[in-house]
Design a protein around this ligand. Structure first.
Ligand code: UT7
Length: 325
């Protein structure tokens, strides 16, 4: 049993195919669908996103991100005794993407499973990993967020198809006597299922329903602003810390306006907000670990910094995690 779990390495993967807003304009124009670089930037802060090529799966990107995180932690996959993957875009209905990634990493035996909490998936997954490490069930965990949302997008719906992208991020979490993950606050409210969903399933060998992303953007926006602040306050209270203790806010990267609103409510200057939505779009469960890895590798996030991670998305799900990096 350990008092804490700590992040000891981060990694990420972005597919090489980068589409700017103008590329989206050009893609949608032949369908008679109008959008513009200006609209997308003003309403969302997004300038570009990455789309995976055919034949690339969430497990491929997740395994790449995991290898980078293992390198950063000075470990190999053989050292890992737990793999948790947050994804809403698994390679298969089953088995889990975590089991597939385990095999791609060339190891076997340790528990591996997926967490499905859509864009809150990563904060859910590190909370589960932390609990398993503190209970003594695991000592060295890989926690991965990996998504291929481009395959769920309805390219006839301009209100959603310009918002999302593909990518993966990963962390290694290890048992530690020093903090560490300090506190977590997770929630879900299923009555909001309809405002953000992919209403399809597999039945009799066919995709039934409408397996494309549907979102009531304004309803999600309104809920997100309220619940994120509540979760952030709860997690500060649980950890016995104040908003002034936060060095970096790393929220789910969906919309710059929601992210800046969250920073403002925590009285944080915008320089303390990690932003990757401009270059990645919304990568769902991958967005927080992707943003974290970019912030670590660019030298902004340093050892000892206190990080607030905030997730929000389909379910409706939301949550926050406070940790000393
Ligand atoms: O990852 C899970 C969390 N997800 C989120 O956090 C998403 C939350 N929601 C949002 O980020 C925003 O609501 C959106 C970015 C989705 C939309 O921004 P908005 O400021 O709420 O715009 P709106 O839905 O009020 O639409 C304003 C106008 C509409 O036209 P009218 O009705 O005013 O004539 C839309 O039809 O913008 C139009 N519009 C577009 N115009 C050009 C919608 N999409 C586009 C587009 N290009 N792509």
């Amino acid at each position: 049993m350990s008092a804490y779990s700590r992040i000891t390495g981060t990694g990420s993967h972005l597919p090489p195919r980068r589409l700017t807003n103008d590329d989206m304009v050009a893609m949608l124009a032949p369908k008679g669908i109008e959008t513009s670089d200006q609209w997308i930037i003003e309403r969302t802060g997004i300038r570009a996103r990455h789309f995976a090529d055919d034949g690339v799966f969430a497990s491929d990107m997740g395994a790449d991100a995991a290898r980078a995180a293992l390198d950063a932690a000075g470990l190999t996959a053989k050292d890992i005794d737990l793999i948790i993957v947050a994804t809403s875009t698994p390679d298969m209905v089953f088995p889990s993407t975590a089991a597939i990634i385990q095999h791609k990493l060339g190891v076997a035996g340790c528990p591996a499973f997926d967490v499905q909490a859509v864009c809150s998936g990563f904060v859910y997954a590190i909370t589960v990993a932390d609990a398993m490490i503190r209970s003594g069930t695991a000592r060295k965990a890989l926690v991965i967020g990996t998504e291929i949302f481009s395959r769920l997008l309805d390219f006839n719906d301009r209100t959603t198809c310009v918002l999302f992208g593909d990518g993966a991020g990963a962390v290694v979490m290890e048992a530690s006597d020093t903090p560490g993950l300090l506190a977590s606050d997770l929630h879900a409210d299923g009555k909001h299922v309809g405002i953000l969903c992919v209403p399809g399933h597999v039945s009799g060998g066919q995709a039934s329903g409408q397996p494309l992303l549907k979102m009531d953007g304004q309803a999600v926006f309104r809920l997100a602003v309220t619940v994120l602040d509540r979760a952030a306050r709860n997690v500060l209270h649980k950890a016995g810390r104040a908003d002034t203790d936060i060095d970096w806010l790393i929220p789910h990267q969906a919309n710059i306006r929601i992210m800046q609103g969250a920073a403002k409510k925590l009285h944080l200057p915008l320089e303390k907000l990690i932003v990757t939505v401009d270059e990645h779009g919304n990568t769902s469960a991958a967005s927080i670990p992707l943003a974290l890895d970019h912030a670590v590798r660019s030298g902004r996030v340093q050892r000892g910094d206190t990080l607030m991670l905030e997730g929000v998305g389909g379910g409706f799900t939301w949550g926050a995690v406070l940790l000393d990096y």
